[in-house]
Design a protein around this ligand. Structure first.
Ligand code: GLC
Length: 513
């Protein structure tokens, strides 16, 4: 049921009416029952809270202050880790056909009891949180977001709300978030939690986004399995439906979010995911818990469209210039083809792609949240750690072009990307050159400000510049200092009038768009 309030569409909690509720009931029929009255009051309270929620605006200055570290960070580590890493994208010898390996339970339609048997063997004895934090740091990352609970419903932390957690359910028996929080504190790394608040395939009552059997394996019973999920709101095991979503939200999800907000010190980010079957009423309850961490930053996946959070979340893609909307945004991306560990992944992005992606994202004013999927022993796949070290080597020389940078003020540049810093009387441009000129001259089209200095970040070499009708021309050495992206720092007097166009398209921010 949807209401229009203050020009916004608000969906109201789904309630099962004992008999049709209409104005006739209220006007001429018998007096409304206690239950009906309770539901009406509940709807009115939700509507009121929502209007209050929409109007309780933080001041722009307070928001800027809360967002500051995040806007300066530009680069973070995403970690997808859970008992799905035990399966590693393989079910009874079948390679999972589609999607991330963290979805294996849903794609392959694994019954709850069977998935839980696998989860009960999760024993990541090689887990070394300090090494993870140091690797993130070495790569130049400023924050870590880890899956506290993914859609499989397994909590990577001690929880009183569900026994399906790493402490109570596995031989490992330790809270991995607690150890990570300690390591992050020790090394000055911000820590945030991903939490699948609506989808939960092991705690009854949780939602299940429907996927077809063929996306898992070539199951001969596919037709009947698909008919079952169609008839049961995406669920494939009757045990998933032994209670309602209302009950799941109150009994599992809200208490767990409270645990996360209370037991791990400062939580920098709460990263919601897939608002399947969410209502505004549920979202308000989650939002209330965020008050336990007044400085927390949240993404836009709690419930659409009334809970936009702080950040947009383009997934596996970098928005085009037409989509960049001036909002804070963060591209999350895998290094291979899966978020969770996939034993047979062979398709890893090269350091060249990753470094250029980072430059591209920074040049559009966004953050890069780059994922690792550790295995069931707690080891980070070598292609990931190698690529992170390569990014770190590049960052050692060039991070000045990334941290706290502002988006490219110039139009599109044929040879690479650009970020800038604005000072009181001058502007510093960072030109990340992907295609080094063979002519010894690099043209910065349309730049006519007076130049006060140009140098290579690699070794500080000063570069001569000349004003031309087409723009500023920089004389560069024959060989690129960095085969992937060489940064030239140019300082010019005054401001550069912004030439990038305003967004004309809406940014795609995840699976559900
Ligand atoms: C998706 C997927 C999920 C992954 C996430 C990362 O919505 O459901 O597996 O965690 O995006 O952005």
């Amino acid at each position: 049921m949807e209401l229009r309030i203050c020009g916004r569409t608000i969906s109201l909690p789904r309630v099962v009416h004992p008999r049709p509720l209409n104005s006739a009931n209220l006007l001429v029929g018998e007096p409304p029952s206690f239950n009906t009255m309770r539901k009406i009051i509940c709807l009115l309270v939700t509507g009121f809270c929502l209007i209050h929620n929409l109007s309780a605006q933080e001041s722009p200055a307070a928001r800027d202050q809360r967002m500051q570290w995040w806007r300066e960070a530009r680069f973070g580590m995403f970690i997808h880790w859970g008992p799905y890493s035990v399966l590693g994208g393989v079910y009874h010898g079948h390679q999972q056909q589609r999607g991330g390996a963290e979805w294996i339970m849903n794609r392959c339609k694994i019954p709850m009891a069977e998935y839980q048997q696998a989860a009960a063997t999760f024993n990541p004895t090689n887990y070394d949180p300090e090494a993870w934090v140091l690797l993130a740091k070495q790569a130049g990352m400023k924050y870590i977001i880890i899956t506290a609970k993914h859609h499989d419903g397994f909590a990577m932390f001690k929880s009183a709300a569900s026994k399906f957690n790493i402490v109570d359910f596995t031989p490992y028996g330790k809270d991995v978030l607690d150890a990570l929080a300690t390591a992050c504190r020790k090394h000055g790394m911000k820590l945030g939690f991903y939490y699948s608040h609506a989808q939960d395939w092991n705690n009854p009552g949780g939602a299940a986004a429907r996927r077809l059997s063929a996306e898992g394996w070539d199951n001969p019973a596919a037709a009947s399995v698909d008919a079952y999920t169609a008839a049961n709101d995406g669920h494939w095991d009757p045990a998933q439906m032994s209670t309602t979503m209302d009950d799941y939200i109150d009994r599992v999800a809200l208490p767990q979010v409270r645990e996360l907000m209370t037991n791990y010190g400062d939580v920098a980010v709460l990263w919601w995911d897939t608002p399947t079957n969410m209502t505004d009423a549920y979202a308000l309850k989650f939002k209330e818990l965020l008050k336990l961490q007044p400085n927390i930053i949240t993404n836009d996946r709690l419930k659409r469209p009334n809970f936009p959070g702080d950040t947009g979340t383009p997934e596996q893609q970098i928005p085009s210039q037409e989509e960049v909307d001036g909002k804070d945004w963060e591209t999350c991306m895998t290094m291979g083809t899966s978020w969770g560990y996939k034993s047979w992944d062979g398709n890893w992005k090269s350091p060249e792609t990753l470094i250029r992606n980072l430059c591209d994202i920074a040049s559009k004013g966004g953050n890069y949240l780059l994922n690792i999927g550790p295995d069931a022993q707690g080891r980070i796949p070598t292609p990931s750690s190698d690529a992170l070290r390569a990014m770190g080597d590049w960052m050692k020389t060039n991070s000045e072009a990334i941290y706290a940078s502002k988006a490219n003020p110039l139009g599109p540049l044929p040879w690479g990307r650009c970020t800038h810093q604005q000072n009181a009387a001058d502007t510093v441009l960072y030109l990340a050159v992907f295609d080094w000129p063979t002519t010894g001259k690099l043209l910065v089209p349309g730049l006519h400000n007076q130049v006060t200095g140009a140098q290579l970040l690699a070794d500080g070499t000063a570069l001569p510049t000349a004003a031309t009708a087409a723009g500023m021309e920089i004389s560069v050495p024959a060989k690129a200092p960095d085969a992937i992206a060489s940064v030239i720092k140019v300082t010019v007097k005054g401001f550069i009038p912004k030439r990038t166009k305003a967004a004309t398209k809406q940014m795609k921010t995840g699976e559900l768009d």
